[in-house]
Design a protein around this ligand. Structure first.
Ligand code: B1M
Length: 210
């Protein structure tokens, strides 16, 4: 097995203690930084994503894989130049106003970053105006909103209405998700995409970007 596939396997296995040495080994062997990132580190997460989707991997394991990928990135980050990672598009994402749940949203962020999206994570309890300010500032292709409470679900609707009122709705595609959110609700409030899991969220983004 090559060092690159060892790196990818190391991410899949979530071997946090081993990844830095392996990435350094690949660097010492003269591997391209882009190859280490895209085929090794991101490659590993690309194996993890469908396993998570099919229920063969669970949240804590996926978190370990992501931590391992991020740890490996620390070695190559200082060596990176423009073009080493292909950017698929820019996404801003947040958990809506009044809602502090971020485990699912963080998984979505992780999967998006692993797929090559530039993600600006606004965090939790993101007020409607903060989404609007972020759209104006970062000019994203996609806006993602997460909600875990039936009470905050309506904040997604309110945020979309405010984005409409601000006259910037046609600048972005909107994807929504979170445990109480359904496809019917997404359609009702005029979102462009909905997903009930992190892997499908990325597939929806790919479709929205096509
Ligand atoms: Co709270 N909580 N919680 N909670 N919490 C729930 C959601 C609840 C269902 C528990 C219950 O009562 N059975 C319930 C909501 C009931 C309802 O509204 N119908 C609830 C409640 C009531 C509350 C509080 C009000 C409790 C209280 O204080 N009385 C309070 C509210 C605080 C607030 O937000 N203002 C509260 C607080 C908390 C903690 C802080 C303790 C903690 C959150 C910690 C954190 O996130 N950092 C917490 C937790 C952990 C949960 C449960 C147990 C787990 C949620 C979770 O992380 N799931 C949850 C019960 C449950 O779901 N079984 C519960 C794992 C995660 C991977 O799944 O978030 O669904 P999920 O994300 C998935 C998909 O939904 C999707 O992809 C993800 C990955 O596959 N997805 C997206 C998510 N966002 C997406 C966005 C997308 C696309 C897909 O596009 C943008």
């Amino acid at each position: 097995m090559s060092t690159i596939s060892d790196i990818s396997q190391c991410v899949v296995d979530g071997e946090l203690d081993e990844i830095k040495d392996l990435v350094q080994k690949a660097v010492d062997e003269g591997a391209d930084v882009s190859e280490i990132i895209n085929d090794g580190l991101i490659g590993g997460m690309n194996i993890v994503a469908p396993l998570f989707k099919s229920g063969e991997m669970f949240v804590p394991e996926v978190m370990e894989c992501a931590d391992t990928m991020n740890e490996g990135m620390q070695v190559v980050k200082p060596l990176m130049s423009e073009g080493d990672v292909t950017t698929r598009g820019k996404v801003i994402i947040g958990t809506v106003n009044g809602d502090l749940h971020d485990i699912g949203k963080n998984l979505v962020v992780l999967m998006m970053e692993s797929r090559g999206y530039e993600v600006i994570d606004l965090g939790v309890d993101v007020k409607e105006e903060m989404f609007i300010d972020a759209i104006n500032k970062h000019q994203p292709n996609i806006v993602g909103m997460s909600s875990l409470l039936t009470t905050t679900m309506m904040k997604i609707d309110e945020t979309i209405k405010k984005i409409n009122e601000a006259g910037i709705r046609d600048q972005v595609k909107i994807i929504v998700g979170g445990a109480p959110v359904t496809q019917e609700f997404a359609d009702e409030i005029g979102a462009d995409g909905y997903s009930d899991d992190a892997s499908t969220a990325v597939e929806i983004c790919d479709q929205l970007m096509a």
